[in-house]
Ligand binder design. Structure first.
Ligand code: ADP
Ligand code: MG
Length: 322
């Protein structure tokens, strides 16, 4: 039995996310009506996942649902914003109920974890693609920005970059599975948006960006926006034990620098705020690591055992093709 569009929305998306009192009109009417706090600014982000581009064909529906929201929440985390509402534009080839139930479970579980209400969307027929819009709040003039860094700032990253790139390679059969395959695959399939860290960094960080295209590429975007260059130290990269055991140290460093899909935060802190950072957010508890420095000289550089080398065109660009 195939579902009508109305039934599909009612069954899978009506009660998918969190319930919030500030949703005056949610799924079901022509538009959502949302109550904004008087003392906050609105933060908004949208990201699209296309099958075969952002996730392999045949990926688990639960992961697609999770990632579609997670990549957007990660953008709000990078702004120091707190998410509140999401809209979902979903294009599917068919109304496959098992697929839809899994997809909604993936998206809904993450939404409820972060108290995000799904307040509307659109459902259409076609090649699989998922667009999520998230809306959240940030105190006036307190948003974190890419251009907030300065030469001399220390550069940090949260989590263990490189895991997701290895996980994707495993998903695609480009890397032979080992004992840590499941851990690494999950790091690609179910990224963790660093929302709590982003909010706490509002009063501590200079610049901030989320890492989606590769750590070095995104650190360079932050550096450029801040009118600086960036130098990262290879030996400082926080590599997970599963990643190192699976691909070895040299390849693990490469994946951490150039791999994508981490959805960690890369942020900078001025020298005079480093003590406060360590005191307020103990790194062991909050899971972040110092990896380099913003410098006056433009461009990206990596320091390793052999010295410092300039790195050109790092990271993934959809239009440049690699
Ligand atoms: P309209 O014709 O006015 O665009 P739709 O039939 O597309 O209305 O949608 C009906 C209601 O269901 C709207 O409130 C819309 O926001 C919501 N909706 C549609 N698709 C989704 C979805 N995938 N997730 C959440 N809400 C959805
Ligand atoms: Mg519509």
């Amino acid at each position: 039995m195939s579902l009508t569009e109305f039934e599909l929305i009612e069954r899978y998306f009506h009660a998918c996310g969190a319930e919030r009192g500030d949703v005056k009109i949610g799924v079901g009417d022509d538009a959502a009506v949302l109550q904004c706090p008087a003392d906050a600014h609105l933060a908004a982000a949208v990201d699209t996942l296309v099958e075969g581009v952002h996730f392999p064909r045949g990926s688990s529906a639960r992961s697609i649902g999770h990632r579609a929201l997670a990549v957007n929440l990660s953008d709000l985390a990078a702004m120091g914003a707190r998410p509140a509402w999401a809209l979902l534009a979903l294009t599917v080839r068919e109304a496959d109920e098992r697929w839809l139930a899994e997809f909604a479970a993936g998206l809904g579980t993450l939404a409820r974890t972060h108290e995000v209400a799904l307040v509307g969307g659109d459902t259409t027929h076609g090649p699989l693609s998922v667009t999520v819009t998230v809306l959240g709040h940030v105190p006036p003039e307190r948003a974190l920005r890419r251009d907030g860094g300065a030469a001399g700032d220390a550069v940090f990253v949260s989590g263990t970059p490189g895991d997701a790139a290895a996980g994707l390679a495993l998903e695609q059969g480009r890397l032979p599975p080992g004992p840590h395959a499941q851990y690494l695959q999950r790091r690609f399939l179910f990224p963790t948006p660093r929302l709590a860290l982003g909010e706490r960094l509002r009063t501590l960080a200079g610049g901030c960006i989320d890492v989606s295209d590769g750590l070095l590429a995104d650190a360079l975007k932050l550096a450029r926006a801040s009118g600086c260059g960036v130098e990262l130290t290879a030996s400082a990269l926080p590599l997970s034990a599963p990643l190192r055991d699976t691909v070895g140290l040299a390849r693990a460093r490469e994946l951490a620098l150039y791999g994508g899909d981490d959805y960690e935060l890369c942020f900078t802190v001025p020298a005079q705020a480093l003590e406060q950072l360590a005191a307020e957010l103990p790194p062991a508890e909050w899971g972040y690591t110092r990896i380099g420095t913003l410098q006056r000289e433009p461009g990206a550089r990596v320091r390793d055992e052999h010295g410092v080398r300039a790195v050109h065109a790092p990271g993934y660009d959809h239009f440049a093709g690699g």
